[in-house]
Design a protein around this ligand. Structure first.
Ligand SMILES: Cc1cc2nc3c(=O)[nH]c(=O)nc-3n(C[C@H](O)[C@H](O)[C@H](O)COP(=O)(O)OP(=O)(O)OC[C@H]3O[C@@H](n4cnc5c(N)ncnc54)[C@H](O)[C@@H]3O)c2cc1C
Length: 465
């Protein structure tokens, strides 16, 4: 059975459709908006973004009230690309009448809830190019004369509505997916930090007496501090294989690893040098914690030892050997890695802060993934402009926002380079459009309005089945 669609000229074609509407594709939507304002109708780029969440949301499950950003507010959605943009964090503060208060606060690192509010504010300003509640389930090639001239994105909404959107270019900004250790299955009492705030609401009815938190990174430390405060009678057990929480290196020279210039240099480096850079500077981002938070946790543990009631318990150089969930508790076996000694604890909940991995584009691309080149380690090849290296039959580009650490370096999944990357992707699209005129390369007639998507015809759905 073939998944190939023939050209259906009735379907409107967007210059690009973005999958996901987190900060990365939001920054791109803004870059397009600003480009269109100055480019004139002939050079306009038509973009549409599909987001599975019912509204804008940036890691809502970890919007802990006092958690702060790990990146300067100046690395917002636009400033490094266009410091005069109206979409900057300072414009947001001004619109909220908080600019002076923020300045007097003397911090480069806003609260995460404040940055979320900024992102929502910016997303609302480009609301017309986003369709929420649309999960892209598959991408199919649209062929003409042997070439793939466009992509069809098949979406499903929570109410079962299916739609097809057609694009000359794709920008995949699907972000990160939470990961659990092998063999661990999320359940009523076994959670990933990704859902922390939502799941904690369920505990409010019957406050827990013991919670285990697994991991030693920023999310783990934040979860420990949050749960320790939120449930003042509960014991919070932190389990990790390190000796202690280690600080994130956010010193000035090391921070340059996130600069746009570092992306260039990394991209051009031989593979061994890339690996060396990643290894040297892993502690800017992975399994590390803000110094202030480390000090806060240490102070809590120390004060409790003075008072003689240890509620915050650290199981360092330890691993969770087994979790068995039953009706009333999770029996958690913790193994000391130096001696092999084991303890069993009955906890109300085990929270895994075991990180994330980039969403795999190949899963969505289906047959198209076969036209994407890979390196000899099986990783997708990515050009400097974030376009996947594809077979010549693909006329349009498939761009990645995220999942490019192997090619573009450590800022791949972070906000640091979001503004600049969005500008580079847009520039690539515009330049390629000028250079090659495919069947739909001409922009629509000025002022022409086309429907943005189609209900798939029964015949089309049959072909896709
Ligand atoms: C708790 C937490 C705190 C963080 N704090 C910082 C920080 O302070 N500084 C920093 O630089 N980085 C931080 N990060 C890293 C984070 O990756 C970036 O902040 C940012 O989220 C990257 O944006 P994104 O748009 O690429 O991905 P995401 O924000 O993950 O957005 C991807 C979007 O795509 C949607 N999506 C996925 N698949 C589909 C599909 N098939 N169809 C439709 N929609 C889909 C998702 O619903 C989501 O909204 C943090 C990460 C976490 C988890």
């Amino acid at each position: 059975m073939t998944h190939t669609l023939q050209v259906d000229d009735a379907l409107p074609v967007h210059d690009l459709v973005g999958v996901g509407f987190g900060p990365s594709n939001l920054a791109l939507a803004i870059a397009i908006e600003e480009h269109n304002l100055r480019a004139g109708v002939e050079a306009e780029v038509s973009g549409l973004f599909l987001e599975r969440q019912p509204m804008f949301g940036w890691h809502r499950g970890m919007l802990i009230e006092d958690a702060t950003m790990q990146v300067s507010f100046l690395k917002d959605l636009v400033t490094l690309r266009n410091p005069a943009s109206e979409f900057g964090f300072l414009s947001y503060l001004h619109s909220k009448n908080r600019l002076l208060d923020f300045i007097n606060h003397k911090s480069l690192f806003p609260l995460r809830i404040e940055f979320h509010d900024y992102l929502e504010w910016a997303a609302a300003k480009v609301d017309d190019v986003v369709r929420y509640g649309q999960e892209v389930a598959a991408v199919r090639p649209v062929r003409r004369d042997g070439a793939v001239v466009a992509f069809d994105l098949m979406t499903a909404s929570p109410v079962g509505e299916q739609r097809v959107y057609r694009a000359r270019n794709l920008v995949l900004g699907m972000g990160l997916e939470p990961t659990l250790p092998p063999g661990v299955v999320a359940g009523t009492r076994v959670w990933h930090t990704h859902h922390l705030l939502r799941r904690v609401e369920d505990l409010a009815v019957a406050p827990p007496s013991r919670i285990v938190v697994v991991g030693a990174g920023q999310s783990a430390a934040e979860a420990v501090a949050f749960l320790h405060t939120r449930f003042p009678e509960a014991e919070v057990c932190a389990v990790f294989s390190r000796y202690g929480y280690s600080p994130a290196d956010d010193s000035s020279f090391a921070n340059r690893i996130f600069d746009p210039a570092a992306v260039n240099e990394y991209f051009l480096a031989p593979r061994a040098v890339k690996q060396m850079i990643l290894d040297y500077h892993r502690n800017t981002n992975y399994s590390v914690v803000d110094q202030e938070l480390i000090e806060d946790l240490y102070a809590r543990a120390y004060q409790e030892s003075v008072r003689g009631r240890q509620r915050l318990r650290l199981f360092n150089v330890c691993r969770v050997a087994e979790v068995v969930e039953n009706e009333t508790a999770v029996r958690t076996t913790i193994e000391r890695m130096t001696t092999g000694e084991r303890v069993e604890l009955d906890a109300d909940v085990v929270v895994y802060a075991t990180g994330y991995r980039p969403a795999d584009p190949a899963r969505l691309l289906g047959d198209l993934a076969g036209s994407c080149r890979r390196d000899d380690e099986g990783r997708l090849r990515v050009e400097r402009d974030y376009r996947l290296t594809t077979a010549g039959i693909l006329q349009g580009g498939i761009y990645l926002q995220g999942g490019t650490e192997h090619s573009h370096g450590l800022s791949s999944s972070l906000l640091s380079n979001t503004a600049v990357r969005a500008g580079e992707i847009l520039q690539s699209l515009v330049t390629r459009r000028r250079g090659r005129l495919g069947p739909w390369a001409q922009p629509s007639a000025p002022g022409a309005r086309v429907p943005e998507a189609a209900e798939p015809s029964p015949l089309l759905m049959q072909r896709l089945a």
